[in-house]
Design a protein around this ligand. Structure first.
Ligand code: GDP
Ligand code: IMO
Ligand code: MG
Length: 435
């Protein structure tokens, strides 16, 4: 057996989808543990590009069970659209997809509340993806949420929905001056979704437990990233779920002792979408260059991703709060041809050096990055598969990232395609050997 958590180590979009797909070759099961269709996980296989929002990134392997865990919030319309999109490309997700009965459902009013609230915040808005994620988790915590299993119990579903719509309409009208919703219309629409999904809705906690008990190989796929985690991220500029590795247990129903290894994914530079502090952000030509070369536009919203140098303080923190056992550095090829590469090793706050990320977001917002400058390389790293074929300067840069993180690098990604990867050690197979 082997249970590996794959987690973003920065602000999301690190290339988790590509790496989960790669590792899924040896996995019996891939489980998404939090987030929803705010995620966009890209996999490029055989010239075809797939962007997974809710469906785990192991779905391209027919023999791999794909599970949407209880920690995920599901917009059924998005899920069905994703399944249909895959079917059109010849992938039958429904044949090996399992949906937690305890995963919460995103309703149209969640999106409306989010939109109104973001508008209301003005300059203090979070810059959310508009998928209703935050309000759906609010209902979950307020214990009024509707779960996937509830859709299969129409009388209960109708009652809960009517109560929620009454409350939501009052909020939308009085606070935001926005139009309300009709419970009956939503009820009928969601019953149709339930009819389509009902055979896939199961007790996934038990399913995952049985897989682990039988010694299967399991990948727990995180969405977003450590610094977007609701507890450990740059609050309030975060998402509303536990994106860090701790969420892999609460979001699947596995106990912490089941987890064998935790792989952190980090880009060779840094990006962020939406608002919030970003010490190494480059607002000049260099940032624009990284954005263009890295094609840094949101996989879900198409928004421009803010770009900057690699921040070792962020990744060191990710090593700590996720208990990372190894790292995967992605998009090394994007740095090809740069004369010099900036590498942030610490911050300066009011003239004082900081080695750790401050928990106060306002303080982080005024921290100055302390840089080392590393020589770039002229030889292309694109599609390189063997470590020895990387230019010496690239190897030195990677060695420095490893040293600063105090965590070994297992994988280096040199392109978007599955095969454009240097695998020094396979973290899933290593997780297996541990037991
Ligand atoms: P995720 O949300 O963490 O799965 O990442 P996204 O899919 O949102 O963003 C990563 C983007 O970079 C996608 O367009 C990937 O196809 C692409 N990508 C992943 N790894 C590499 C790499 O090593 N090099 C390059 N050039 N692109 C990559
Ligand atoms: P993947 O899984 C990057 C960001 C949004 C916003 C904040 C809150 O593809 O890495 P939300 O809609 O979640 O309430 O928005 O979080 N965000 C992401 N940024 N990658 C993601 O997912 C993200 N999911 C949410 O831009 O700043
Ligand atoms: Mg993404």
């Amino acid at each position: 057996m082997g249970v590996l958590v794959v987690v973003g180590s920065q602000w999301g979009d690190e290339g988790k989808g590509k790496i989960v797909d790669l590792l899924a070759k040896d996995a019996d099961m891939v489980v998404r543990y939090q987030g929803g269709s705010n995620a966009g996980h890209t996999v490029v296989k055989g010239g075809q590009k797939y962007v997974f929002k809710l469906i785990p990134s192991g779905v391209l392997y027919r023999g791999t069970a794909c599970v949407i865990g209880n920690g995920v919030v599901i917009d059924p319309a998005d899920l069905i659209a994703e399944m249909d999109g895959l079917k059109a490309k010849g992938v039958r997700a429904d044949r090996h997809l399992y949906i937690s009965q305890a995963a919460h459902v995103i309703m149209p009013y969640h999106k409306a509340i989010e939109k109104a609230s973001e508008t209301h915040k003005g300059g203090r808005r979070i810059g959310t993806t508009g998928r209703g994620i935050g309000p759906a988790y609010v209902d979950k915590m307020a214990r009024i949420g509707i779960r996937m299993g509830d859709l299969l119990d129409p009388p209960y579903f109708r009652q809960q929905l009517e109560d929620n719509v009454a409350e939501t309409n009052a909020l939308l009208k009085t606070l935001y001056g926005a139009p309300g919703f009709e419970a009956e219309k939503i009820f009928q629409e969601y019953l149709r979704y339930a009819e389509r999904l009902k055979d896939m809705i199961v007790d996934t906690g038990l399913l995952v437990h049985h897989a682990v008990a039988k010694g299967k190989m399991v990948v727990l796929e995180g969405a977003q990233g450590t610094h977007l985690d609701v507890d450990h991220g740059t609050y309030p500029y975060v998402t509303s779920s536990s994106a860090a590795a701790g969420g892999a247990c609460t979001g699947t129903g596995l106990g912490p002792t089941c987890v064998d290894a935790v792989l952190g994914i980090a880009k060779a530079y840094t990006t962020r979408v939406g608002s919030g502090p970003f010490p190494t952000e480059l607002t000049d030509n260099e940032g624009a260059l990284l954005q263009r070369r890295g094609n840094e536009f949101g996989a879900v919203t198409g928004r421009e991703r803010r770009c900057g140098w690699y921040d070792a303080v962020l990744v060191r923190y990710a090593v700590r709060v996720n208990g990372l056992t190894s790292l995967c550095i992605t998009k090394l090829d994007v740095l090809d041809g740069l004369g010099e590469i900036g590498l942030c090793t610490g911050y300066k706050f009011k003239g004082k050096k900081l080695a750790e990320i401050p928990s106060d977001v306002a303080m982080l917002g005024v921290c100055e990055p302390v840089y080392e400058t590393w020589p770039g390389w002229t030889k292309s790293t694109t599609a390189v598969k063997a470590y020895r074929d990387l230019p010496r300067e690239a190897r030195r840069y990677l060695a420095r990232l490893e040293e600063l993180a105090k965590c070994p690098i297992d994988i280096i990604s040199t392109g978007a395609k599955r095969e454009e990867t240097v695998v020094l050690r396979n973290p899933l197979l290593r997780a297996k050997r541990k037991r």
